[in-house]
Design a protein around this ligand. Structure first.
Ligand SMILES: [Zn+2]
Length: 148
């Protein structure tokens, strides 16, 4: 329990997370928490598409950990997976995060594999990436994604 609290505290302070702190082998520590869904802000604090997006992230933190958010939050907030967009109110201002998680949920319901979900999200949202140079998090994601 103590470690979960510590992880949550770090995750809730994005400014404290630097790219160098991200474990490139295992993904971000939020994704290694025993119950990552507990870190996602409850959907009932939001309405409409935003609420649906937070509910989706809480339902499938494992999938969110394997998706990359292309809104630029990797470089601006140090995020290394889509899950991190949902442990703060970041997604409120981010149509990219919402679109990615809602597409992922739809595909999960169709029993698509993680590789198929990654490919679909990349095809939909990679064009939103605002930076010329890929971050370490994006380079690592590309190396680990489960489709070729
Ligand atoms: Zn994001």
């Amino acid at each position: 329990m103590g470690s979960l609290v510590a992880v949550a505290a770090v995750c809730l302070m994005p400014s404290a997370i630097r790219a160098e702190d991200v474990d490139l082998e295992d993904g971000h520590q939020c994704c290694r928490a025993p119950h990552p869904e507990a870190l996602v802000i409850p959907a009932d604090q939001f309405v409409g598409e935003t609420s649906a997006a937070y509910a989706a992230a809480k339902q499938m933190p494992d999938i969110c950990c394997k998706l990359f958010c292309y809104c630029g939050c990797d470089q601006v907030h140090g995020h290394s997976s889509l899950l991190e967009c949902f442990i703060t109110d970041h997604t409120v201002d981010c149509p990219t995060c919402r679109r990615e998680v809602l597409l992922a949920l739809q595909l999960k319901k169709q029993r698509k594999t993680i590789g198929e979900i990654q490919r679909a999200v990349d095809q939909q949202s990679a064009k939103d990436y605002p930076f010329k140079n890929a971050s370490k998090a994006l380079i690592d994601y590309r190396a680990r994604r489960q489709y070729k």
